[in-house]
Design a protein around this ligand. Sequence first.
Ligand SMILES: Nc1ncnc2c1ncn2[C@@H]1O[C@H](COP(=O)(O)OP(=O)(O)OP(=O)(O)O)[C@@H](O)[C@H]1O
Ligand SMILES: [Mg+2]
Length: 241
Amino acid sequence: MSTVSFEHIGKSYGDVRVIKDFDLKIKDGDFVSFLGPSGCGKTTCLRMVAGLETNSEGRLLIGDTVVNDPAQNINLAPEKRQVGMVFQSYAVWPHMNVFENVAYPLRVAKVAVSEVNDRVAAILKVVELSGLEKRMPNMLSGGQQQRVALARGLVAQPKVLLLDEPLSNLDAKLREKMRVDIRQIQQQFKITCIYVTHDQIEAFTMSDQIVILNKGDVVQSGTPGEIRSKPANDFVADFIR
Ligand SMILES: Nc1ncnc2c1ncn2[C@@H]1O[C@H](COP(=O)(O)OP(=O)(O)OP(=O)(O)O)[C@@H](O)[C@H]1O
Ligand SMILES: [Mg+2]
């Protein structure tokens, strides 16, 4: 686990500034949810932490390591950041079976074959998919595919786990179960999580901290209780109503 520090981050695509002076420190082992209207920059922030986008201004740190700072020409490669990411719409690879999907990050990291086998077996047990190693994704339910994606995000024992609307494709009942499961796994591994969701109940029930974003900026961050009882302004009050 690790802290994540956004220090006055800005991000532009061409002339369009989508993240503006984004300043936020995420504590070690916290479960933090990003909430905000469509297009406010939630996915962009996750992609910057993962190293899939570079910030145009400011510094981004994971623990004490500066992973991105354009002023110093620092941009650590995604595979060196020890970050796991679970994308919206599962993004499991259709041509790989469950085992190979989950093993992929370890293969990229050139982990020894015997260790790959052990680690994949262990994480599949955690997400309750043992026995389905040889199944192809099209032979799995939506919830099972989501668990494959989760296992793949966790298998390399990342310091930080990023989840971008991971439950949006699941039905209500399964979503509820997966919320509990994700939170349990997060606490078991003591992993710092950044969770993006449109579902306020999800954010308010799962999180240690909630960050409300609007137009590429942090409008308020606090515990679910603080946000509920003391919304910082009309935007937040209206948004969480
Ligand atoms: N590659 C890109 N090129 C240009 N603009 C982009 C690109 N990616 C994202 N944007 C713009 O950046 C802004 C933030 O996008 P982002 O995907 O981070 O939003 P979001 O908060 O995740 O929204 P949603 O809730 O709809 O997923 C949007 O205005 C979007 O159009
Ligand atoms: Mg998004």
